[in-house]
Design a protein. Structure first.
Length: 95
């Protein structure tokens, strides 16, 4: 099971890098960037099932806040989204 998440993460990373280089489009960013953090978070949760819950909760919270920050910064041209994205990254780092 652990190997599956690593492979899925690598596939998202290759998709993101190749789409950015060969086919730069907003759609590829909207799919690949959150997908990277989502697979990283799910893989972390599966691989730390026996880890103490405080550590696991803090790291998971940080990853999810980073995911939220990425998504909010994708809409950074609209008022308020840029500050909300930066705030989400700040909270992720403070965790």
């Amino acid at each position: 099971m652990h190997r599956t998440w690593i492979l899925l993460y690598i596939l998202f990373a290759v998709f993101h890098l190749s789409a950015d280089y060969y086919l730069p489009s907003p759609l590829s960013d909207f799919l690949s960037k959150p997908g990277l953090l989502l697979t990283l978070t799910i893989g972390f949760l599966f691989s730390t099932m026996r880890t103490p819950s405080v550590f696991r909760s803090l790291v998971t919270g940080g990853l999810l806040l980073s995911l939220l920050g990425d998504v909010l910064l994708m809409f950074g041209q609209q008022p308020g989204f840029f500050i909300a994205g930066l705030s989400s990254f700040l909270m992720a780092h403070l965790l």
